[in-house]
Design a protein around this ligand. Structure first.
Ligand SMILES: [Fe+2]
Ligand SMILES: [Fe+2]
Length: 472
């Protein structure tokens, strides 16, 4: 099934000539975009030891080889169909899932696919300079693995646009390569994807928190009544897991190193004096990326979310774990601001679906932070990292016009302006990070001073394996 085809796939592309031609027409534009906006300085002379999906079975997507990045085999893979799959929630509960897009939901579905699709190339663009400041070849390889897979996720969404959305879908596929992260005239759709990521602490926090929002969204889309959307997002989730691994272990290794340096500098010693990243700085980056990623889940009360659920387009994470899948009567307890005070209100759960997904997300993030704290505990330090309150630093939703500290206490505008650099990265913090990352580490087995080596290498290879090699 998979083979020497120009576009590796398990969707029978060779038997659909029209679609194949359309995608082969899009492919060179994609490669040009990758060269222009992908990893800078790592296009022609470097071979990267990456995993390439060649099929969806466990053996098929654990295929490792050295490739030059622009020659990575980006393909289209859908998880295997589920026999007699039925709609699992909303007003059409129990009916057979759809193999085509129903006309009445076409716009809503297209918007969901485009919004998801836009985040994929955006993150590659945000991260394109990081290779020049990498802490090791191991990390460089992980960065590129994440990047090529985000590229593949773009392919997944473009496949859906070309296959199911006709002319409009083809236009949207072009525009996905035209918008650019941080571009003033044509920015990416969502704010968190327009923030530059120019240091590795931002990168690890992004893959920990923002890729985890990706997981939220993919979990809810994998419940969709549109079966091809469900199957493609189900396969994307397997790749997403590695991205969060990179983020969580990246921060864990920085923390591990901070603990080693704290001991060396004396318990109260300043870790920065010995070139490490101190805990208060790590906490500020958690505050920033967690709050930005909370925003990605949308407004607390949302008629769009209600209609996505009612129409069976977007479910809850792990919908099968809930008892009631119609959700016509259920209510949701929401903390709302009323007359300047927080009050608990009961609202129909369908309108609170963004908040329901956010609950799942916060729990998943908390589990990661708890694992980080084990490192501090093991080293005998009493400091702990924590997630800020959900109301802190919000740009979307009912708390976005107000200010709160990380404990959730409301602040005046003046207090917020005066104190926000205690809680969020300040220019000096970023300057410091860039100063310790200025020299990239390209020697196998060597690691920058601010990060501990990983416990093991990739796919059984040694930590000092040459994960990226240069061929001139
Ligand atoms: Fe992705
Ligand atoms: Fe990702």
């Amino acid at each position: 099934m998979i083979s020497a085809e120009r576009i590796p796939n398990n969707v029978g592309l060779s038997s659909n000539k029209r679609l194949q031609r359309a995608l082969e027409h899009w492919q060179p534009k994609y490669i040009q975009w990758w060269r222009d906006m992908g990893p800078q300085g790592f296009q022609d002379y470097h071979q990267v030891y990456v995993r390439t999906a060649v099929s969806v079975d466990p053996a098929g997507w654990a295929h490792f080889e050295y490739v030059k990045l622009p020659e990575y085999r980006w393909g289209i893979f859908l998880a295997d169909p589920v026999h007699d799959r039925r709609i699992g929630f909303g007003d059409f509960l129990g009916q057979p899932v759809w193999q085509e897009v129903p006309g009445e939901f076409r716009n809503q579905l297209r918007r969901l696919v485009v919004t998801q699709g836009d985040t994929e190339p955006a993150s590659v663009e945000q991260q394109r300079w990081l290779g020049q400041r990498c802490p090791s070849l191991y990390d460089l390889r992980n960065l590129f693995q994440v990047n090529v897979e985000e590229g593949r996720h773009l392919w997944a969404m473009v496949y859906l646009l070309h296959s199911y959305f006709g002319r409009d879908g083809r236009d949207e596929a072009e525009e996905l390569l035209e918008r650019q992260s941080g571009n003033r005239d044509k920015p990416r759709i969502l704010d968190a994807f327009n923030e530059p990521i120019d240091n590795w602490l931002d990168f690890f926090m992004f893959t920990m928190f923002t890729d985890r929002d990706g997981k939220s969204q993919l979990l809810s889309l994998s419940e969709s009544s549109l079966d091809p959307l469900s199957r493609t997002t189900r396969f994307m989730l397997t790749e997403e897991a590695h991205h969060m691994f990179v983020g969580e272990t990246g921060v864990a290794r920085i923390l591990e190193r901070a603990c080693q340096l704290m001991k060396r500098a004396g318990f109260s010693g300043d870790v920065r004096k010995v070139g490490g990243i101190d805990i208060p700085t790590i906490q500020k980056f958690i505050n920033l990326w967690f709050s930005l990623s909370l925003d990605l889940h949308g407004n607390e009360v949302s008629t769009n979310a209600a209609s996505y659920f009612a129409n069976g387009l977007k479910g809850r994470a792990f919908e099968e774990k809930w008892d009631d899948h119609a959700v016509t009567e259920a209510m949701y307890e929401l903390q709302m601001m009323r007359e300047g005070r927080l009050q608990t209100q009961h609202i129909p759960m369908r309108t609170a679906m963004n908040e329901v997904l956010r609950d799942w997300y916060v729990g998943d993030c908390q589990a990661g932070v708890t694992r980080w704290n084990k490192i501090l505990e093991r080293h005998g330090f009493s400091d702990r990292l924590r997630l800020p309150d959900r109301k802190f630093n919000r740009g979307i939703g009912m708390f976005s016009s107000l200010h709160f500290d990380p404990e959730g206490h409301q602040l005046t505008d003046d207090d917020w302006q005066r104190r926000k650099s205690e809680w969020l990265p300040a220019p000096l913090d970023r300057e410091y990070l860039l100063s310790i990352m200025a020299e990239p580490v390209y020697e196998p087995g060597k690691f920058a001073n601010y990060i501990a080596p990983p416990q093991r290498g990739i796919k059984g290879a040694a930590v000092n394996f040459e994960y990226v090699r240069t061929e001139l």
